[in-house]
Design a protein around this ligand. Sequence first.
Ligand code: IPD
Ligand code: CA
Ligand code: CA
Length: 257
Amino acid sequence: MLEKIIEIAKEAGGEIARFYKGNFAIEFKTNKSDLVTAADKASEKKIIELIEKDFPEHNILTEEREFVNKHSDYTWVIDPLDGTTNFAHGLPIFSVSIGVTRGNETLFGTVYDVTRDKVYYAEKGAGAFENGKQLRVSSNGDLEQSLLVTGFPYNIRQNPMHAIERFNAFLFESRAVRRLGSAALDFCYVASGIFDGFWEVSLNPWDICAGKLIVEEAGGKVTNFNGEEIDIYSKPILATNGIVHEKMVRILQRFND
Ligand code: IPD
Ligand code: CA
Ligand code: CA
C-alpha cells in the first residue's frame, strides 16, 4: 500500500511539474492571497483517478473538492499541492501530501517534494524515510540554538490568532525562524532534523495528516499548543524533536486567550 501511495504522489507531482513556470489559470478562493491553480486541480484529478482505480471503496478527503464518502474505515487525506503561493510565484518549495487513515489512526503518510524529487514517507510503527534513508529528528534541547519554522493562515486579517505575537516571541527565544510556505514540508524538515520545531495557529487535516505521522515515526512529537495529543482535525499544531517541546509549549501558551 505504501508503495502505491508513493507512486500516486509522484504521478501527481508530475502533473504539477507540467505547469510549473508556464502559463496556468489562477483563481482566488477566500481572498487575493488564497489561490487555487490549474496545477492544484490537475494533481487532485490524477490522485482521485488513481485511488478510484485501485481502492474504489475508500473515502477521499481532499482540499479542492467535496468529501467522497464511501462509508469505509479507510480515508485518504490529500493536499494535491501544498505551497500553492510558492508554486504560483515560481518559488521551488511545494509538495504533494497524501495520508491514509483507518478510524482515528493514520496508517501511511507520504510527502513528495516536487522540484527536488524527494519523497518522504512513513508507515505507522515502521519508521520514517526520505528516498530510502531513515529519518531522525534533531537531538538539540537548547531553544536558543534552535532553528524553527512556522506559517500563517489565509484569514490572518480577520482572525490573527496571535500568530504575529507568537512569531515575535520565538524570534527572540530561538536562533532563527523561517517561513517556507509548505506545511507538509515543514513537518518533513522537522523529521529530518533540519528544524527543531514547527508551529502553526490554524492548519487543515490535509496539511497535517501525512506530516504528523512522518514526524512521529522519526522520533518527534506532535501536539496542540497546550502539549495535548491531537488528531488530524486539530487546528493549531506544534511538531518538534520532542526535546524542545515543553519550552515551545510555554511560549505558545503566553498568548492563549
Ligand atoms: C498552505 C501552506 C502554508 C501554510 C498555510 C497552508 P496551501 O497550504 O501549507 O505553508 O502556512 O497555512 O494553508 O494553501 O498552499 O495548500
Ligand atoms: Ca496546504
Ligand atoms: Ca493545497
